[in-house]
Write a protein that binds this ligand. Sequence first.
Ligand SMILES: *[C@@H]1O[C@H](CO)[C@@H](O)[C@H](O)[C@H]1NC(C)=O
Ligand SMILES: *[C@@H]1O[C@H](CO)[C@@H](O)[C@H](O)[C@H]1NC(C)=O
Ligand SMILES: *[C@@H]1O[C@H](CO)[C@@H](O)[C@H](O)[C@H]1NC(C)=O
Ligand SMILES: *[C@@H]1O[C@H](CO)[C@@H](O)[C@H](O)[C@H]1NC(C)=O
Ligand SMILES: *[C@@H]1O[C@H](CO)[C@@H](O)[C@H](O)[C@H]1NC(C)=O
Ligand SMILES: *[C@@H]1O[C@H](CO)[C@@H](O)[C@H](O)[C@H]1NC(C)=O
Ligand SMILES: *[C@@H]1O[C@H](CO)[C@@H](O)[C@H](O)[C@H]1NC(C)=O
Length: 447
Amino acid sequence: MCNHQQLFITYLYVVLSFFVHLSASRHPGHLKPFGSSGPFRQIDELTDTFPDPIAFFDQYVSKLRPVIFRQAIKNDPHLSLWNKDENLKEIFLNNNEIVHIETSKKESRQQDILSMTMTEFLTRYQNEELYLVEEVPNILRPYFTLPTCLQCKPALETFQVAMLWFSSGNTSSVVHTDDYDNINCVLQGDKQFILVDPYIFKEVASEIIDNYSGSYSSMDVDQVDYNKYRSLNNDTLYYYQVNLSKGDCLFIPYVWIHQVRSKNRNIAVNYWLDHERVKRAIVDNNTCQLTSKSDFVRLDTLQWPNQETPNIEYLRNFMLDLVDEEFRNFKEWTREFSKNLNFDLRSDVETITLFAEFFNVIDVNENGFVTTNEIDYIFDNDKITEAYEILQDILDIVDRKLEKSQRTTNTSIGNSDEDDMFSDDHSINGTLSGDETEDEDNEHDEL
Ligand SMILES: *[C@@H]1O[C@H](CO)[C@@H](O)[C@H](O)[C@H]1NC(C)=O
Ligand SMILES: *[C@@H]1O[C@H](CO)[C@@H](O)[C@H](O)[C@H]1NC(C)=O
Ligand SMILES: *[C@@H]1O[C@H](CO)[C@@H](O)[C@H](O)[C@H]1NC(C)=O
Ligand SMILES: *[C@@H]1O[C@H](CO)[C@@H](O)[C@H](O)[C@H]1NC(C)=O
Ligand SMILES: *[C@@H]1O[C@H](CO)[C@@H](O)[C@H](O)[C@H]1NC(C)=O
Ligand SMILES: *[C@@H]1O[C@H](CO)[C@@H](O)[C@H](O)[C@H]1NC(C)=O
Ligand SMILES: *[C@@H]1O[C@H](CO)[C@@H](O)[C@H](O)[C@H]1NC(C)=O
């Protein structure tokens, strides 16, 4: 009887392992880093220069086709700035702007985020698990010229925000998509991108991007489970692998799947383009007069495009985006508004008190969380005017404070009109600084 039992168990084991074996992935990429086993295809590559905006929009942006701009910014006069931390420490001396720092170089969307000054970051990042991912700080904006493939009015009008990425290397992102068209340029170190075309590989896109709200994959990018992500076993699937070094840029079209790794001391900037505006943009011989080099728009001289929509629309979209990103409570809103104002609202009793008032107006049922319904309600019932006035008060205070610190830091921002303190804060300009209309015409001429 004992024998029978043993025999039966052995039999069961053989049968089971047969089925496990049959269904388990034998793909060479199984349990390896994402995309590392290919197969790979070649991506278009242009050398030594960006195309002009007309060609860029015609051949790449509108066709959702990625392209490498090899050494496109090699002649940028500021490229050597990034060689040494000493250069940056000098710039940030006496600057109190707060930056936000990720604490896991292998990206996790649940990690802690630290706030510190750039000076503190620069003294710590070589020895700690720190990764700066932040909108390009104000004081650095004069050092960034927008890619020349954006240097004409209708192309510039698609620009949304420029982000700075800074670490000592060995970072890896999650597999994700962005709701933007994206130009990524490496200023220091090396970066590797793995791309998948979501328009051809729709099954892959819908299976692996399994966190819908965050548009990313929960997979372990160092050990991809091909049993879990069956779509990756598809024989027709191929990847693009792109290695960038200092001076190289890459265009990643709207919602293309990508994963990014970095090696060595690593600094990059990326320019996100608003896809709705990209779709509407007309970039042709009639609308796009090429700018001469001396007139190239830098991040600090860039002006927000003319919008017919009232400023309040921006506030609405900004708030809806926060809720979308699952930022709903007071703490998160304080953080996100602070980021956009480049001013820590908590650093001043008056601003944080006013901001609490503002939050309470939006949080209609006062349960501590803002929902889309509440935002809609606020707008439908014209309660937004009340909230908007509180924000204006906050802005006035912030404005006064920043003016003071700005004077002591010599940012030499071209546009020194005092009312324009937020004029280069794209993600929220117009929403919060609504009383500059008299300057509008002049400002738009700069485009
Ligand atoms: C999606 O990601 C967010 C964090 O970015 C997390 O809070 C949420 O639980 C995730 N959702 C699922 C379904 O995994
Ligand atoms: C690089 O990061 C990986 C995690 O993604 C970690 O396992 C490895 O130890 C790191 N290497 C170095 C040299 O820090
Ligand atoms: C493999 O991918 C192609 C292209 O996306 C698709 O048409 C096909 O249905 C996929 N095959 C399987 C078995 O999923
Ligand atoms: C990218 O670099 C890796 C080594 O880091 C190399 O194995 C790979 O072949 C390179 N890919 C391309 C497309 O050059
Ligand atoms: C636009 O101008 C370029 C060069 O000036 C010319 O080659 C091209 O044919 C023009 N395109 C149209 C649609 O006029
Ligand atoms: C900010 O918004 C105001 C009001 O709409 C506008 O006049 C100004 O041009 C904008 N400035 C920038 C830099 O976007
Ligand atoms: C301020 O910046 C300008 C140009 O960026 C520079 O020429 C000047 O020397 C700086 N002044 C001080 C006091 O640092």
